[in-house]
Design a protein around this ligand. Sequence first.
Ligand code: GLP
Length: 231
Amino acid sequence: MVGEGTLRIQPDPAQLAQAAADFIAAQARAKPNLSILVATGNTPMPTYIELARRAEAGAVDFTRVTAVQLDEYLGVSDADPRSLWGWMRRSFVEPLGITRTVRLENPEQFKVALAELGGLDLAILGLGPNGHLGFNEPPSQPDAPTRTLTLTPASLASNAAYWGKLDVPTGAITAGMDVILAARACLLLVSGTHKRDILRAALEGPETPAVPASFLRRTALTVIADEAAWG
Ligand code: GLP
């Protein structure tokens, strides 16, 4: 099980977003040049909207933050609506007024860029329905590096919900488990009844490559989940 104070249950997605925004804003106040690994996906979107609202109101300043890309499909152009780089820019980078970014295009460049940054202060993560983090598909060892891979049927199915009639690309690149687990803090956001079993497995089951998110218990982890996800 995760440590005391690590798991915060919120009544609904709106309050999850408030709590997550509080957490991220507090980190940015403590260290204005925070480096943040940024998940896309549905779960963090209300949080990002709330952060943008606070930035616009002058309550918090993200202009010195560096936003680092977590994952991407292979073979999609910037103009492609499925580009996760585009999704990160539209939902996080631009609305928060962030000017510094690290794009994930190839494992070697990414490693160098992270080293120049001095590592990650915070990883904002969603939970894949199969326990993946980014696109670290099961099985992923804790030292799995940044790499390209073929998506599992489970991820193709869950990602299909994002793109309407467009196919989900089958190839992807992901920040490695090694990168995520080295972050100085991890924030896992989990919403909805469909995540209930995998969240229990991640927090209460064995640490196993079959549930990559289970290795997050080795980090300075905060989980913010809604009641639907925790049950
Ligand atoms: C996707 C992405 C992850 C995301 C996760 C959960 O496949 N690769 O970066 O965090 O699955 O997504 P959602 O928040 O939409 O459930």
